[in-house]
Design a protein around this ligand. Structure first.
Ligand code: FDA
Length: 403
């Protein structure tokens, strides 16, 4: 087979959120930029994100919303490409969007609008995107990289001055995740911190699951806590365990063997409320009263009829205290997570100590960059992970276009 040879300024591995953004910026001053991806389409995770509407950023994103061995590393990139910068691009492309809650911005119509926007920017900057293409070899040369690629029955050898690794983490292999970024990093002398599934549903032992089965589909606002970290959002019972935003958030902090605590009716002092209700509405059945505050199936689970018999007036202070503990201090021990199959992101990754926080360039190898989810910077749920992808991509792309 004939091997085509091509020389470019920048080669980007991965046509996801970070890779496309980096390519747009790298091509700013007219440099030749090529993006390769083994998937059939670019931005597959953007397409499925935010329930198909893509929570593309969060207005309030700061370094406090990210987990990393070095919590300061993300500050530089986040401050130089802000949520307002991305919103300005979205508005320039006349994409309708709305704020849902807590600063989370979503497309009104479809996540595909964001992919189309990025593709039109890439086209405008004459960036070539080669899909269904895999890297078969990577070599360092004195002034850059030689990368062998194969796709569509063709083999090529690309010589590039800059090589940006934007191939993401390990989450959702079905969508193209491969973990190749970690192998490349280690090959060039970088350390990779422990990686684990994050923003992922938690799973439980059989006896808990039997209870959750009866509650499957029930959702309620709650505070979910692990050690000193808490999130107040919705919690969802599923037949596999617990999910919903509050659980996904805490999953990034939870470790095997740890408990989590669930507090329903977080704005209420349940014990004193129950005592007041006992005085005011003592003739009512306790489960019926609780069902006015919580989903009926949850109320019946937390106040089982064989334990809380009779009316409210029949309940002692001790019983009411016991019930309020069940509602507001429910300790649970997950046994695991649903894993990378459903995790929205990968926690951990390429150690930030090996990267320049302003440019994302490798400290071991000139011209090599790591961006996006592959790096040990992991956002909370709520548009933060895309903001990191845009910001780290912009940091690398800008550094290259300025050379
Ligand atoms: P990303 O994974 O997007 O891109 C990597 C690219 O590299 C992919 O196109 C892949 O095919 C390619 N690649 C991988 N290995 C390769 C190889 N060996 N050769 C060639 N190409 C290779 N975040 C958020 O902020 N708001 C949201 O609404 C959501 N919603 C959401 C829903 C779901 C279901 C998931 C799974 C994730 C989210 N996220 C999210 C997280 C968000 O999708 C994630 O943080 C970013 O996509 C990360 O961007 P990257 O570009 O780093 O990786």
């Amino acid at each position: 087979m004939k091997i085509l040879k091509e020389t470019v300024d920048t080669l980007v591995l991965g046509a996801g959120a970070a890779g496309m953004m980096a390519a747009i910026f790298a091509a700013e001053m007219g440099g030749r930029v090529v993006v390769i991806d083994h998937a059939k389409a670019p931005g597959e995770k953007i397409r499925i994100s935010g329930g198909g509407r893509c929570n593309f950023t969060n207005r309030h994103a700061t370094s406090r919303n990210f987990l990393s061995k070095n919590p300061h590393f993300c500050k530089s990139a986040l401050s130089r490409y802000t949520p307002e910068d991305f919103v300005a691009l979205v508005e320039q492309h006349k994409i309708a969007y709305h704020e849902k809650t807590l600063g989370q911005l979503f497309c009104d119509h479809s996540a595909r609008d964001i992919i189309a926007m990025l593709l039109s920017e890439l086209e405008r900057k004459s960036v070539s995107v080669k899909l269904k293409t895999r890297m078969t070899d990577l070599e360092k040369t004195p002034d850059g990289f030689r990368v062998s690629i194969e796709g569509d029955g063709e083999r090529s050898e690309i010589t590039a001055r800059h090589f940006i690794v934007a191939s993401g983490g390990k989450s959702v292999p079905k969508m193209g995740a491969s973990g190749i970024a970690y192998d490349i990093a280690e090959r060039f002398g970088h350390k990779v911190t422990e990686t684990r599934p994050a923003l992922v549903p938690l799973t439980f032992a059989t006896q808990d699951l039997e209870a959750f089965n009866a509650l499957s589909g029930v959702s309620a606002p709650a505070i979910v806590s692990h050690a000193k970290t808490s999130f107040q959002e919705a919690l969802l019972f599923t037949h596999r365990g617990l999910s919903g935003p509050a659980i996904l958030q805490i999953s990034s902090y939870w470790r095997e063997g740890d408990d989590i605590t669930v507090t329903f009716l977080p704005e209420v002092n349940v014990f004193s409320r129950l005592k007041d209700l006992r005085t005011a509405r003592g003739k009512r059945q306790i489960q019926a009263v609780l069902s006015e505050e919580l989903p009926t199936r949850l109320a019946r689970y937390l106040a089982p009829e064989n334990v809380f018999t009779g009316n409210l007036a029949d309940q002692s202070d001790r019983q009411l205290q016991r019930l309020s503990e069940a509602i507001q201090n429910w300790r649970l021990k997950p046994v695991g997570t649903e894993g990378y199959r459903t995790a929205e992101v990968t926690l951990g990754g390429i150690e930030t100590s090996g990267l320049n926080s302003r440019t994302m360039e490798s400290k071991t190898t000139t011209g090599l960059y790591f961006i996006g989810e592959a790096v040990d910077v992991t956002g909370w749920l709520g548009g933060y992970n895309f903001q990191w992808a845009w910001a780290s991509g912009a940091a690398a792309g800008r550094a290259i276009s300025a050379v």
